[in-house]
Design a protein around this ligand. Structure first.
Ligand code: NAD
Length: 257
């Protein structure tokens, strides 16, 4: 993990969801290395990875009462200090297609990936103040028609939530942004079909997958004062996969004859 400097994060309290492993754990560790007081949360009782220097609490992001309880505990701990950050990172995938997705799986994916961030913002934005920052974790699937329909729809929905929240919370000096990871090596993608991995690589101009740390660095930037006038933005961290929008395939075919 890199601890590259992110100005102004020292001593700031920041909540990260889905931080027991994968990109959430990477973000928690980068933020802690930058001096932040990180509250890492996940649905499991203990984190899958070692989160040295990070406070860990169990939180299912679909659980309104759990969010309320976290809010009360933070309000007690913070006193007059504002909560400085929230990273809505928890997410699940479900790779069923349009004709096959079961209602219960559709509901579950939307509950975690879309309702979870809404509940988090509703519970914790009241504790925030000017200079606070919310980072939602979307996906390149929020910018195209990726086949796992529930996942894709949940991430497109998160775009709407992000822009509405940036509009609503802006007057209080709270910034809200959305990061779209491409194919990142985590437990989530470990189970991806081999053909999906190969196709994604073939369509990614940087011609490699990304690491959780590479996403975490962008998340930390968005939480830092270096991004103080950046709000309502969507930032792909995907090796130009969505920028290229399939044009790499055509370019490679033409070049290859
Ligand atoms: P991951 O599966 O490694 O980690 C997700 C974490 O979320 C897990 O620790 C899991 O326990 C937790 N989680 C699941 N349900 C939860 C719930 N109800 N409440 C709280 N926590 C819950 O996946 P990841 O790759 O680290 O994904 C992190 C985020 O990045 C997700 O929002 C995902 O959709 C997004 N994303 C990942 C990729 C990728 O290639 N890995 C690409 C685009 C977007």
């Amino acid at each position: 993990m890199s601890s590259a400097g992110h100005p102004g994060l020292e001593g700031r309290t920041i909540v990260v969801t889905g931080a027991g492993g994968g990109q959430g754990a990477a973000a928690a560790l980068v933020l802690a290395a930058a001096g932040a007081q990180v509250i890492a949360t996940d649905v499991t009782d203990t984190p899958a990875l070692d989160l040295d220097g990070v406070d860990y609490r169990r939180l299912d992001v679909t659980d309104e009462a759990g969010w309320a309880s976290l809010g009360r505990s933070l309000a007690d701990d913070l006193g007059d200090e504002p909560l400085r950050g929230l990273v809505n990172n928890a997410g699940i995938t479900h790779r069923a297609r349009l004709g096959a997705v079961a209602r219960e799986d559709w509901d579950r994916v939307l509950a975690v990936n879309l309702t979870g961030p809404l509940l988090g913002i509703q519970a914790l934005a009241p504790l925030m103040g000017s200079g606070s920052s919310i980072v939602n974790i979307g996906s390149s699937a929020a910018l195209n028609g990726h086949y796992p329909v529930a996942y894709t729809t949940s991430k497109w929905g998160l775009r709407g939530l992000t822009h509405a929240a940036a509009t609503e919370l802006g007057p209080r000096g709270i910034r809200v942004n959305l990061v779209h990871p491409g194919f990142i090596e985590t437990p989530m993608t470990a189970g991806a079909p081999q053909a999906m991995r190969e196709a994604q690589l073939a369509l990614t101009p940087l011609e490699r997958v990304g690491s959780a740390d590479e996403v975490a660095q962008v998340v930390a930037f968005l939480l830092s004062d270096a991004a103080s006038y950046l709000s309502g933005a969507e930032i792909p961290v995907d090796g130009a996969f969505t920028s290229s929008a399939g044009a790499k395939f055509m370019s490679d075919r033409i070049a290859g004859g």
